[in-house]
Ligand binder design. Structure first.
Ligand code: IP8
Length: 247
């Protein structure tokens, strides 16, 4: 059994300030993750690294680039963030290794993601923690488009080989919020939460909470959406924030 945990880009970076790591938040997250017992795959988002690099070049999940220089600029920005995340994880005693989607994944013309998971599975078997991240990924007929960390989470969770039974999405909000700002404890159907779900408030080329919930509802495993204050509880096996589970 494997747990997949995504650390949102807004948790580990200053999302409105280009290429700025939130060092304190990142090391707090790494220390919390260090207490996890079992097989763990981490994914992190783009925050002020990937989203700014992609937005500056007009690249998104929908709109690709055929400029290798632009694709590299996005990938390199994500590489700088990935290095900072790995440094913090190593500092916390976690044997983490990078798995970089540009070199591994592809999308078909409909946007369906293909993510080979052999390297992550072997890393787990050898006692490492694979760390993936949102990235530019080559797409049939579109050049390189942006693949969100959320899509990677879904692909990992759907890979039979990894046997994922639990998913966590740690973002800056304490869960999926209703119209009054209260955390919705459980979402089984998109209609339950549709009215309350809005867009993201900072530069985000891959969509806000609504897009996340829609993807999570399609998973076989329960997904927990929570804020940084819920991370310790999730790592300990608890259910902070909102549980999203499709019927
Ligand atoms: O923050 C986006 O990943 P996300 C990655 O998980 C890039 O949506 C390159 C913008």
């Amino acid at each position: 059994m494997t747990t997949v945990l995504k650390l949102g880009g807004s948790v580990v970076t200053e999302k409105d300030s280009p290429e700025t790591v939130d060092e304190a938040a990142l090391s707090r997250a790494a220390e919390a993750v260090a207490d996890f017992d079992g097989d763990l795959i981490l994914v992190h988002g783009g925050g002020s690294f990937g989203h700014h690099a992609a937005a500056e070049r007009g690249v998104s999940t929908e709109s690709g680039t055929r400029s290798a220089a632009d694709a590299r600029a996005i990938h390199d920005a994500m590489g700088r963030l990935n290095a900072a995340v790995l440094d913090a994880l190593h500092e916390a005693g976690i044997e983490a290794l990078p798995v970089r989607p540009l070199s591994l994944a592809s999308r078909d013309a409909d946007g369906d993601l293909s993510l080979p998971t052999g390297s992550a599975a072997t890393m787990l078997a050898e006692g490492f923690v694979p760390v993936l991240h949102g990235d530019g990924v080559v797409q049939s007929g579109a050049g390189v488009t942006v693949t969100s960390g959320d899509d990677l989470v879904v692909a990992l969770a759907e890979s039979g080989a990894l046997d994922v039974d639990r998913v966590g999405l740690c973002s800056t909000v304490p869960g999926v919020l209703d119209g009054d700002g209260d955390v919705i404890a459980r979402i089984d159907r998109f209609a339950d939460a549709a009215d309350a779900l809005g867009g993201s408030d900072a530069t985000d080329v891959t969509g806000g909470m609504a897009a996340k919930v829609e993807k999570l509802l399609a998973l076989g495993a329960p997904a927990h959406v929570f804020g940084p204050e819920g991370l310790e509880e999730f790592v300990a096996g608890g259910s902070p924030g909102t549980v999203v589970r499709g019927e």
